[in-house]
Write a protein that binds this ligand. Structure first.
Ligand SMILES: CC(C)(COP(=O)(O)OP(=O)(O)OC[C@H]1O[C@@H](n2cnc3c(N)ncnc32)[C@H](O)[C@@H]1OP(=O)(O)O)[C@@H](O)C(=O)NCCC(=O)NCCS
Length: 179
């Protein structure tokens, strides 16, 4: 699936947000109890540390967040950049705003050091993230929860942040809560 954005006008500016609050999230996705549709996983999530957003007509309409996290890949312990909180307001979806805000967030992620970025998503969103250059990670990955390590029930996607960063080889385990 592809969308012709040529009639959308100039690319919207993505800004670095000094903070991102629950009110900001509600401005984008409304005040429903499960805006990302992942409540049934029962997982506890980490807030993100770096925030990127798009404003339109004086309101925030898109967001992507980043957080550096420890991970083990096979025998190696390293860091990845976790991407989360990707959100576009319902009335402006399908215009490339997720693409724009993710492009800016990943441009920044490339300056953070880790070789890979990862995100977790519901299965129906896998094709969308593939369209944005992400790849599905095969196999289960474990993440930490207050009760201990659990298998992540969502799909894990990864993308290289550095040239020649290959697919993470070996068992991947997030050594923290997920983002
Ligand atoms: C998921 C979400 C962020 C997408 O936002 P959006 O602004 O509509 O996405 P975009 O318009 O930037 O689309 C991104 C790309 O995916 C493509 N795409 C969209 N749906 C697709 C599908 N089902 N299959 C394949 N590609 C798809 C688009 O065509 C676009 O590619 P292009 O720029 O090459 O045309 C938005 O629907 C949302 O906020 N959902 C609720 C919150 C949520 O679930 N967030 C995800 C958390 S992991």
């Amino acid at each position: 699936m592809t969308t012709d954005h040529s009639s959308d006008g100039p690319a919207p500016a993505v800004v670095r947000l000094a903070r991102y609050t629950t009110t900001d999230l509600q401005e984008i996705l409304g005040d429903g109890s499960d805006p990302f549709g992942v409540a049934d996983t029962g997982l506890i999530w980490l807030p993100k540390e770096e925030h990127f957003g798009i404003q339109h007509d004086g309101r925030l309409v898109a967001h992507a967040g980043l957080l550096r996290l420890p991970v083990s890949i096979g025998e190696n312990i390293t860091d990845v950049v976790g991407v989360g909180g990707v959100a576009v307001a319902p009335d402006v979806r399908g215009r490339g705003l997720a693409r724009h805000v993710m492009t800016a967030a990943l441009d920044h992620a490339r300056t953070m050091g880790p070789r890979h970025a990862i995100l977790f998503c519901r299965p129906p969103l896998v094709p969308l993230y593939q369209r944005l250059g992400w790849q599905a990670l095969d196999g289960d990955i474990r993440v930490e929860q207050p009760s201990g390590s659990v298998v992540m029930p969502l799909r894990t996607m990864w993308t290289p942040l550095h040239e020649n960063a290959e697919c993470p080889a070996g068992e991947v385990r997030l050594l923290s809560l997920p983002m």
